[in-house]
Design a protein around this ligand. Structure first.
Ligand SMILES: Cc1ncc(COP(=O)(O)O)c(C=O)c1O
Length: 356
């Protein structure tokens, strides 16, 4: 709807793209004082951990466009994928429940942590049907069969990082621009954000370019560097731009320009998705002082990258650095108190083996 979100306020012709309200926005921005003191410069945070009252983080922004497409097409079942602790899977199940849709989640194993176990329990609590797959080949086949047999099903790509999902983060960049204009935050010089399935980075870099905000984007890679590459990020941003320009040809073709404001850095990856690194653990501890709840797979590595950058690079005192907090900080204990691993299908019990 025209005027409903920052992106449509800027480009009213885009309001014909299906969109549905999912998030609580704008998400707050504020300086993180203890981290700023430690790093001797101004560090700000964008609180996308608070995008949703049940389960926030970066995914619900993408769903405003992805779920609108599902509803427009009259589909009833979502088929999607991830690792067993997938945040995307949980956010999908929570949002699907709100729209009376069902979720089929096709997952592969990953290193087990408390966070992974909690998500696995919550997937079930929020009604997702979780299919544990042996490998990517079996998973691809199983999803294909499900999509073929169930005509009401809709495939949502890994992390909802489709061109439509990317629009959620183009909108986020315009949201930030409005916050800068209202002087809620100074215009950041650099923005650190997690790069996984890439729509978050792609949307932000495209949106910031279109919004004429000077901020450079540093995506901290947390998955296989070949997959979460700069090239793939730019490709995704270009596809999102194409959707926008098809609706409004006055939108400039900035596809060349976005390359200059994006870095994807895999130095903090730790060699394996979900691996715990020293930098991430230190960052998690530091963030606690500012009452931010981070974890080691995504946001810990990203703040770890930010800290390392600040320590290695001399910058002017006035430089503003923004940390985009993309992991939900919602308290899941009200739901976790209502489910135990024994409520899960037997094949998942092994992930809780040390519990009695
Ligand atoms: C908490 C969190 N932050 C950031 C990301 C990365 O976002 P994207 O997949 O859009 O690159 C993910 C998913 O991979 C995530 O779960």
């Amino acid at each position: 709807m025209v005027g409903e979100i920052p992106l449509f306020r800027k480009y009213p012709k885009l309001a014909t793209i299906p969109w549905v309200s999912v998030i609580v926005s704008p998400t707050p921005v504020h300086k993180i004082v203890q981290t700023s003191t430690t790093l001797k410069r101004a560090i700000w945070v964008k609180r996308d951990d608070l995008t949703h009252t049940v389960y926030g983080g970066n995914k619900p922004r993408k769903y405003e466009f992805v779920f609108a497409d599902i509803l427009r097409k009259g589909k009833e079942t979502i088929v999607t994928l991830g690792s067993i602790g997938t945040n995307h899977g949980l956010a999908t199940a929570v949002t699907a429940r709100d729209f009376d849709l069902s979720t089929h989640l096709f997952v592969l194993e990953q290193p087990i942590s408390e966070g992974v176990r909690e998500n696995l329990l919550c997937h079930h609590f929020f009604g997702a049907k979780v299919h544990l797959m042996k490998n990517t080949f079996h998973r691809k086949l199983a999803m294909k069969i499900k999509l073929m047999l169930d005509r009401s099903s809709y495939f949502v790509t890994l992390g909802a990082s489709s061109p439509l999902g990317t629009l959620g983060f183009v909108n986020a960049a315009f949201e930030l621009k409005e916050q800068i204009e209202k002087k809620l935050i100074p215009e950041p010089d650099k923005l650190f954000v997690t790069a996984g399935s890439l729509a978050t980075c792609a949307g932000l870099v495209l949106g910031l370019e279109l919004a004429k905000v000077k901020t450079k984007v540093i995506g901290i890679g947390v998955t296989d560097p070949v997959r979460s590459s700069k090239q793939n990020t730019i490709k995704l941003a270009k596809k999102a731009l194409e959707i926008m320009r098809n609706k409004d040809d006055s939108i400039p073709d900035v596809s060349e320009k976005i390359e200059n404001r994006l870095i994807i850095d895999h130095s903090y990856f730790g060699g394996k998705y979900g691996a715990s690194t020293k930098e991430a653990l230190e960052a998690i501890d530091l963030a606690k002082k500012d009452e931010l709840k981070l974890e080691h797979t995504y946001t810990g590595k990203t703040l770890g990258g930010l800290i390392d950058y600040c320590q290695k690079n001399k910058v002017t005192k006035d430089e503003i650095t923004l940390f985009w907090n993309s992991k939900s900080s919602a308290d899941m204990s009200p739901y976790l108190n209502q489910i135990t691993y024994r409520d899960l299908p037997k094949e998942f019990h092994k992930f809780f083996d040390n519990e009695t």
